[in-house]
Ligand binder design. Sequence first.
Ligand code: ADP
Ligand code: ZN
Length: 818
Amino acid sequence: MNHFIDVILAIPLERMFTYSITKAESEFLQVGMRVSVPFGKTKIQTGLVGAIHTNAPQIYEAKEIHQILDEKSIVTSKQLEFWQWIAKYYMCTVGEVMRAALPNAFILESETLISRNLKKEIKDTDLKDDEYLVFEALHLQSTLKIQEISNILDKKNVLPVIKRLIEKEVILLQEEIYDKYKPKYVRFVKLQVEYTNEVGLHQLLDDLSRAEKQRQVVITLFSISAKTKKPIKVKELVAQSGSSTAIIKALIDKGVLEEYHIQTDRIQYDETDKNEDSKTLNKYQTLALNQIEDSFKTQNVTLLHGITSSGKTEVYVKLIEQVLEKGKQVLYLLPEIALTTQLVTRLQNYFGEQVAVFHSKYSAHERVEVYNHVLGNSAKAKIILGARSSIFLPFRDLGLIIVDEEHEQSFKQFDPAPRYHARDAAVVLAHLHQAKTVLGSATPSLESYNNALEKKYGLVEINRRYNNVQQPEIELVDIADKHKKKRMKGHFSDRMIEEINDALEEGYQVILFQNRRGYSPIVECNTCGHSPQCPNCDVSLTYHQYRKQLRCHYCGHNSAMLQKCMACGTSNLDTKGFGTEQIEAEAKTLFSKANVARMDLDTTRGKYGYEKIITALEQQEIDILVGTQMLTKGLDFRNVKLVGVMNADNLLNFPDFRAHERSFQLMLQVSGRAGRTKKRGKVLIQTYNPYHKILQQVSTNDYLGMFKEQLQERHDFKYPPYFRLIKVILKHRDYNKVETASEWFAKSLRQVFKANVLGPEFPPVSRVRNQYLKHILIKIPQPQSLAKTKEAIMKINSSFEAVGAFKGVRVILNVDNY
Ligand code: ADP
Ligand code: ZN
């Protein structure tokens, strides 16, 4: 009898490939182990065993495998089941899911680039002969393809050698290596409490009359703190009092000064409360916890709708404790892991080593490590904190999935396939493990809230902020009126300026939100009206003043800012619209004493760019922070009292059926950054349309009002949750080819789905990187079978691929398009 295996390869081909194996191999192999196999004429690929059987393939002769790469399965049967679901639901291949699901280090292939790990010292004696040859070759050439290593070692199958070298940390796969960021400790000092009143201070100065230098420090400290309410750094005090760190230390030792670090606030918010136990819930949180437990008796998924700062995280912590007690694993999903240093520290404070963070920016080695910990159900990975791709980890015994900020669109992957939505896939994953799911948000997505109202999900709400701090007061500022009355300075209304000055005077910080980066999105000639466009994309170039450049935000194209109009030659160039750079520049002039900083894609690009800004804000080195959407992501800043939205209108006018829902979520989320402790915060929203329904709903915090109205619109215009959407995107360099191809595709779809096919039409930006784009939207009414719909689309897609004239046109299928 002959033995065979079906192998999944990380390529976008429908089928698994069958290879032949020996009887001994068939006894050793298990589903979920890796093998190296020949593919095509010369290539070697890593494949995953999907099935073991004795049926020879009908159409081709099965090749033999090269070698078995694992001693145990590295992929569980539950994972395979999950991959299959993803592939089927999101219309891609299991191979594409595998590519997304396994750490790169697991899927070696001929084209993989490797390099030496310079951080690790290697003794020649630790290496076997073949390993040494590779190691030596990497001294001569910094990177090598696996194919090249195959030539060096003069054998076809080198994957086992590479695998050993990776395990010994001798080599790295080519990719960005991400080190964990450790914020530097800044030391601050203040007077001990007993010296902060007048009597105490006089007494102290008398006592120090014979220590003039120490006395000088105290006087300086006192006068700085009279001028500014900001914390005072040791460095600053040394400089201003002309003393030395030794003198400061003497004063600390004497008990006159007290030293502290603001950094520790990330973990222990209350200086008095320094234990590592989780917090005692207040009565609203306790009620919510009980309701969640209750709903879990009948529901698998529960939506926790709690306003910002209501203490949802502490409720999750209690749920996590319960699940850990049962020895099960927890997955805590977040929209963007880079933005969550605060949460990581908080959870590590409660759960210590049991927390593992899964980060797409971690090095290959770290990712493999987390993967293996999860696979082994190790005590070091009981709680996985990660962004969307962590749903693919090899969970053994999952008890709970938390999807925090469930409304965030970054849970949906756009490119490449699988184009999955991590929240929705998480619900399926939980189901496979018979685990429960909590979706949490202050502004739930319409879909989730609707599911809750229809009793598909449980629903639990918290309507109070922890500590009962009032929600910030939200004021709408009519800038049309302000312009008319000449009460604008640049893009700042008189109200905005007043409130910023007040906040700064009281020693608070300010956040200003503008959803566009750069200085201004359009440059226009006042003489002829021409405005410079990207040569590769169908979009105007954004002016970046800082670099004196015009940049395309779609393809990265850039050129020097023009002196003259390219069309008419006059130097009458003007800018239209504004971005974060312009707001930053204006803020610097208007509030010359304040430290103004900016947080957007341009300032956070470098290593730790983001973390540096967050730390500076926490340590109150920044008074005014101008930024884009990035500001909204779950940050907990204690000292921010005012949030300004510079222009709400371009959010609202975005051409997308979710624009209104998103604007509502975004504005409430930014508002949530204001006044998170003690003092009530304030939010100013500048707009030309203060009577816009969404803005009214934002200003009264009327989630339910927004929900009902948007739901009605979705119903009337046939959008989710009433209709499901599949978007077909066609792409090609040739305009005419895309035109005819998309006409053909849409016509074929219309024969099946009739009026529920929209398009083809050009998206708002119709050409990106020299590729023309056309979109076709398929709307699927409730009773229509989703599986049959997808089958029909796949069939049309296959016929499409068979048409010679359409060769080279890329077709992208996006299920549940966001
Ligand atoms: P949310 O996630 O709902 O925005 P958080 O869980 O971040 O809210 O809580 C807001 C703030 O209140 C945090 O600083 C948190 O430490 C604090 N907090 C919440 N619940 C408690 C509690 N039970 N005891 C002490 N502090 C709490
Ligand atoms: Zn471009």
